[in-house]
Design a protein around this ligand. Sequence first.
Ligand code: DGL
Length: 269
Amino acid sequence: MLDINKKEQPIGVFDSGVGGLSVLIELKRLLPNENFVFLADQKQVPYGEKSKRKLVALAKRVTNYFINNHNIKMMVVACNTSTCSSVDEIRKLYTLPIVGTVPAIKVAMEKTKSGTVAIISTPSTSKSETLRKLIKKYGLGKNVLNIGCKNLEDAVEEGELSSPKVKHLLAKYLKRVKNSNTDCLVLGCTHYPFLKGAIRKILGSNVKLIDGNKAIARQTGNLLANNFLENNQRKQGKTLYFTTGNPEKFSKVASKLLKTYIKAKQVKI
Ligand code: DGL
């Protein structure tokens, strides 16, 4: 039976921290009438150095929170690390439509002219079976640099987008990219689109920076339509922000990244 009120319910969006806001920006742009609940699981950040087992448990915990407390109609996993390690398991456990975020390998492979593509992501994503399969599927005959990066997301969590620490880390991780004929760099962590300015300073404008955030928003729109879940309200949707970490810190950094005033509440999940 179609639950009419379900359409009014929010879409749950989560990440380990503020990175998922780079996905939320595109979701709100494409689907302005939808209501969203954003959860930053900052008590557990970084996700990128956790085991698959732990990441599945964390994703279950967040999904239960969204369902029990916000009666969400759909969920967007705005985190490559969580998607690569857990989305298959989560989809088996819940009937809820779920959109995941995986590194935009396919797009990069289609766009490259030099035949060399680089991917930067968290250590967990970089070692994941999901990424290995994506590279195998789309990277045939291409040269692929798969670079796992520690601590980059932590800098973004602090609101650092071009600090000496960020510059140092990027210089270290992008050295191989700079010394190769890479022309497409996949940003395989949702924290990294906020570092585009700093990355461009190192790589210049000849390397295309590719993230899948617009595609995720389009996929969310399609899934809403296919499941008859589109919110038909004319007014602008509302977004609520929650963190399992420090709400003042989240609000400060999120306000900087979204360029608008954000006030988040703390939740225990
Ligand atoms: N933003 C996340 C991702 O896309 C993970 C960052 C982290 O907590 O390590 O992978």
